[in-house]
Design a protein around this ligand. Structure first.
Ligand SMILES: Nc1ncnc2c1ncn2[C@@H]1O[C@H](COP(=O)(O)OP(=O)(O)OP(=O)(O)O)[C@@H](O)[C@H]1O
Ligand SMILES: [Mg+2]
Length: 258
C-alpha cells in the first residue's frame, strides 16, 4: 500500500478537525477526497504532508511511518502537495518558481549556489532542464521566462502543480486545484491529471466539483465533520444515502449553479 492513514485524530484545542480517520491509497491510482466545507480535507493533507502531527493515529508512506516526520523529510521521501490558496512567487519567472520546488530535494542548494563550482553549475543546468520539462507538462514551457504574477489565475494554479512535481514525488496531493478555474481551464486540468496518472503518479484530489471527481477518480473517500462517512467507487458514492444527505444533495445543486 502506498499510503495508509490509520485512525488519525487531529485536535486544535476544543476543535476536532479529524476523528479516527482511516483509509488506504494504492499506488498509481487517483483518489478523490470530498466533503462539505470544514469537513477536515485540508487538515488531512496537512497531517500527511507533515505540517501537523496528528493528536493520535499514524500515517505510513510505503514502509515509512511518517506521522512524526518533518515536512521536508516527508517531501524527500516522495510526498508533494499543492495548496488550496495558490502559492507561487509572483516576482520570479516560471522556471525559477519550479526550480525553487526542486531545492527541497536537499542537494547543494540550486539557486543559492549559482555559478559556484562546475559541479553546482552542472546541477543547476540539470535542474533548469527538468524544470522546463515539468513546465511542458502543464503547457507553460513557452512562458518559462515570464514573471509568475503576469499569468492568469488558472495558469498560476498549473504552475503550482509543476512546482509540486519538481521534487519528483511519487504521490501528489492536490487541494482544490479546480477552484476558481473557468470551464476551459477545468478541462485542461482534467487532461493534466489524467496524463500524470498515466505517467505513474499516485494522486489524491480534494475537489468540490463532484463531476470532475467522479470522472477522474477510481476511489473516493468522503469526510464530514472530521469523520469518514463513506468510501468506495464513484458509483458506490453516488448511491450512498449518507453522502447524498451530507454533501451530494446540496453539492450537486451548487455545481449546477456554477
Ligand atoms: N490551524 C487550525 N486551528 C484551529 N482550527 C483549525 C485549524 N485548521 C483547521 N481547523 C478547523 O478544522 C476543521 C476542518 O478544517 P479544514 O480546513 O481541514 O476543512 P476542509 O474540509 O478543508 O474545508 P474547505 O472545503 O472549506 O476547505 C474546521 O473546523 C477548521 O476550522
Ligand atoms: Mg480545505
Amino acid at each position: 500500500m502506498m499510503l495508509t492513514v490509520k485512525d488519525v485524530t487531529l485536535q486544535f484545542g476544543g476543535v476536532t478537525a479529524l476523528s479516527d480517520v482511516a483509509f488506504e491509497i494504492q499506488e498509481k491510482t487517483v483518489t478523490g477526497l470530498i466533503g462539505p466545507n470544514g469537513a477536515g480535507k485540508t487538515s488531512l493533507f496537512n497531517v500527511v504532508s507533515g505540517i501537523y502531527t496528528p493528536t493520535s493515529g499514524s500515517v505510513h508512506f510505503g514502509s515509512h511511518e511518517i506521522s512524526k516526520m518533518q515536512l521536508h523529510q516527508i517531501n524527500r521521501l516522495g510526498v508533494a502537495r499543492t495548496f488550496q490558496n495558490v502559492m507561487v512567487f509572483p516576482d520570479l519567472t516560471l522556471v525559477e518558481n519550479v526550480m525553487i520546488g526542486r531545492q527541497s530535494r536537499g542537494k547543494s542548494g540550486v539557486i543559492s549556489s549559482i555559478l559556484r563550482t562546475s559541479k553546482e553549475r552542472q546541477e543547476r543546468l540539470e535542474a533548469e532542464q527538468r524544470s522546463i520539462e515539468l513546465l511542458s507538462y502543464v503547457h507553460l514551457d513557452k512562458k518559462k521566462d515570464q514573471l509568475a504574477k503576469n499569468l492568469p489565475y488558472g495558469e498560476q494554479r498549473q504552475l503550482d502543480i509543476a512546482r509540486a512535481l519538481a521534487t519528483d514525488p511519487q504521490i501528489l496531493l492536490l487541494d482544490e486545484p479546480a477552484a476558481g478555474l473557468n470551464l476551459q481551464e477545468r478541462l485542461s486540468l482534467k487532461a493534466l491529471i489524467r496524463t500524470l496518472a498515466t505517467m505513474g503518479y499516485t494522486i489524491v484530489l480534494i475537489e468540490h466539483d463532484v463531476k470532475l471527481v467522479m470522472d477522474l477518480c477510481s476511489h473516493i473517500v468522503v469526510l464530514e465533520y472530521g469523520h469518514k462517512i463513506a468510501e468506495g467507487t464513484p458509483q458506490e458514492i453516488q448511491k450512498n444515502t449518507k453522502v447524498i444527505a451530507a454533501y451530494l444533495g446540496t453539492g450537486g445543486e451548487e455545481n449546477a449553479a456554477n
